[in-house]
Design a binder for this molecule. Structure first.
Ligand SMILES: C[S@@+](CC[C@H](N)C(=O)[O-])C[C@H]1O[C@@H](n2cnc3c(N)ncnc32)[C@H](O)[C@@H]1O
Length: 271
């Protein structure tokens, strides 16, 4: 409770950005040995600047690389339960510094797939464009649209992107992702579901239990310090409002759950 309360007070007083900057430095010091060892052991891995790694995940190069690969495999297996992942056009929405999407070209080798990535952070997109081969990257705004025409993709995934957006942006982006999906296409989204309920303050828990999105603002929307929590009833309504069908919902959490966040697989009905 004490940690939750401190974080609540910092957000309330507008000091969360400052405390996040301190956290970045502390994490950098704590992970220094392990990160140096990773660089020594993996001279061929082109790593993004440390702050980009921190901002999108944690300042842990080993995790950035290995968990990124495991997640890419998990996403493909999840999408593959609903769509044959051969000759598909695939988008990573909110790709950050390519933790997951950089593994896709190799995992999809020989399947004639086209891989794209998009993010609203110009520094991440610029780094990806200069360093990651086999993926077409583009910059999008904080609000839609994406740089892609209607019905561009057979499959889209967004890992921990909704978890940093406001209620209004949830609705806007659900409609936009529907627009760029082909009929019959599938969308993988990860969210903060019931397993994160214990992180909520008592009044937030009430909102969550009533099926409402809990958004912790007073921070830059889209940044790691802006956090939101999506109860299942909210996600069902969001999908229906955007014309998407729920094909699968898996609750996240610690092992034995396969993924820490909830996974939603939504489908755009065939025309
Ligand atoms: C927690 S990070 C996850 C990054 C990446 N998906 C991963 O799993 O490594 C959230 C990402 O969402 C991106 N993001 C936030 N708002 C966005 C928006 N409106 N459109 C696209 N990307 C956005 C951030 O820049 C960041 O890269």
């Amino acid at each position: 409770m004490t940690r939750k309360l401190i974080s609540f007070m910092l957000r309330r007083s507008g000091l969360l950005g400052m405390s996040d900057a301190v956290k970045y430095r502390v994490q950098g010091l704590r992970m220094r040995g392990s990160n140096r060892a990773f660089i020594r052991e993996h001279p061929g891995v082109d790593l993004p600047p440390p702050y980009l790694v921190y901002e999108s995940y944690a300042l842990d190069f080993r995790n950035y690389w290995h968990d990124g690969l495991d997640t890419a495999r998990f996403v493909l297996a999840s999408l593959g339960r609903h769509k044959r992942m051969e000759s598909v056009s695939l988008l990573d929405w909110g790709c950050g510094p390519a933790r997951v999407v950089r593994h896709m070209p190799e995992l999809l080798e020989g399947r004639e797939c086209k891989v794209s990535g998009s993010d609203y952070n110009p520094r991440s997109v610029a780094w990806c464009q200069a360093h990651v081969k086999g993926v077409a990257f583009s910059l999008n705004g904080s609000n839609p649209p994406l740089a892609h025409p209607d019905a561009s993709f057979d499959a889209i995934y967004g890992i921990s992107v909704l978890t940093h957006l406001s209620p209004d942006q949830h609705a806007q982006w659900a409609k936009e992702l529907h627009r760029v999906l082909r009929p019959g296409g599938v969308l993988f989204l990860s969210t903060h579901g019931r397993s994160t309920r214990s992180n909520l303050m008592p009044w937030e828990r009430k909102e969550f239990d009533a099926g409402e999105l809990v958004a912790r603002g007073n921070a830059k929307e889209g940044h790691r310090t802006y956090t939101s929590f999506q109860p299942p009833a909210f996600m069902e309504k969001l999908a229906a409002g955007a014309g998407l069908r729920v094909l699968e919902h898996r609750e996240g959490g610690p092992a034995p759950a396969e993924f820490t966040q909830d996974v939603w697989i939504l489908g755009k009905p065939a025309a």
